[in-house]
Design a protein around this ligand. Structure first.
Ligand SMILES: Cc1cc2nc3c(=O)[nH]c(=O)nc-3n(C[C@H](O)[C@H](O)[C@H](O)COP(=O)(O)OP(=O)(O)OC[C@H]3O[C@@H](n4cnc5c(N)ncnc54)[C@H](O)[C@@H]3O)c2cc1C
Length: 240
């Protein structure tokens, strides 16, 4: 049996600077066999090793249907994530996993979908949003709410623009603090709830973000009448 504590080696194929402190790393496992065997579901995470620095859990942010490579989006907050940010295209890192429960997908077919992301909580949700868009006809109304601290802290800016123009998804975003040129909503993400209409009896909601945001989002969703088992959230607390 393979040793689950031994990481596979991944090559960094590309690095996208999302914000001043957040980068997306496009990864491919070094051996064809490992990459072929690497299958994940929306919402799962990997343990990422930066050799000599340590190992951290990071959600997979890409579409599970892409079998060739996968992506993680990482905010530099401490020792390992900063060491990862110093890596260059072509460098090697370690990957264990995938681990964790996935976001229910097939079970929610036919339902309206509401996704609420805050800050760096959007990346794990992207692994769910992309397959929903790929299978758009399998779901009802699709709404995405995204809140970031400032306009500059918004990740995936190109993708957000695409969602803005896409008639198949209702996309609303807000920032806590506005800055030059921002003409959109200002306020915490829950202020967007008054701008949307949801049917609580046929909606599944998924949320990921800072714990304080998740707390208020869940409170409001339950007040709107969503049943507890249709409110799905992640727990992205520090763990070793
Ligand atoms: C399942 C899961 C999925 C995740 N997905 C993502 C993701 O997709 N993207 C992402 O960016 N992050 C994600 N995270 C969070 C990520 O794992 C952490 O940001 C990372 O582990 C931080 O490690 P570090 O070594 O860089 O920081 P550390 O050096 O461990 O520091 C982390 C934070 O803790 C503070 N800190 C450190 N030591 C102490 C101390 N002794 N006392 C008090 N505070 C301290 C630091 O100042 C810093 O703010 C996820 C976490 C989990 C559990």
């Amino acid at each position: 049996m393979a040793n689950i504590y031994l990481p596979d080696i991944a090559i960094i194929e590309n690095i996208i600077q999302e914000t001043s402190d957040t980068k997306t790393f496009v990864l491919k496992l070094k051996t064809f066999k490992s990459q072929k065997a690497f299958k994940f579901k929306q919402g799962q995470f990997v343990e990422v090793s930066v050799f000599g620095a340590g190992e951290i859990p990071i959600g997979i942010s890409s579409n599970p249907s892409n079998k060739e490579r996968f992506e993680i989006t990482v905010r530099a907050v401490g020792s390992v994530s900063n060491a990862l940010h110093k890596k260059k295209v072509g460098d090697e890192i370690g990957i264990r996993g995938p681990f964790g429960n996935s976001f229910p997908f097939d079970e929610m077919k036919g339902k309206d979908i509401l996704i609420i992301g805050g800050g760096i909580g959007l990346p794990p949700l992207r692994s769910l949003i992309l397959p929903i868009l790929d299978n758009r006809n399998d779901f009802g109304k699709f709404t995405i709410l995204y809140g970031a601290r400032t306009p500059g802290d918004r990740v995936y800016k190109n993708l957000l623009n695409e969602w803005n123009k896409n008639d198949e998804v209702e996309f609303l975003e807000t920032v806590d603090v506005s800055s030059n040129g921002w003409t959109g909503n200002v306020g915490v993400v829950t202020t967007l709830f008054e701008k949307i209409e949801i049917n609580p009896h046929n909606t599944a909601a998924y949320t990921c973000g800072p714990p304080i945001m998740i707390k208020f989002v869940i409170q409001e969703l339950l007040q709107m009448g969503l049943p507890e088992d249709k409110v799905i959230s992640t727990l992205e607390r520090y763990m070793k």
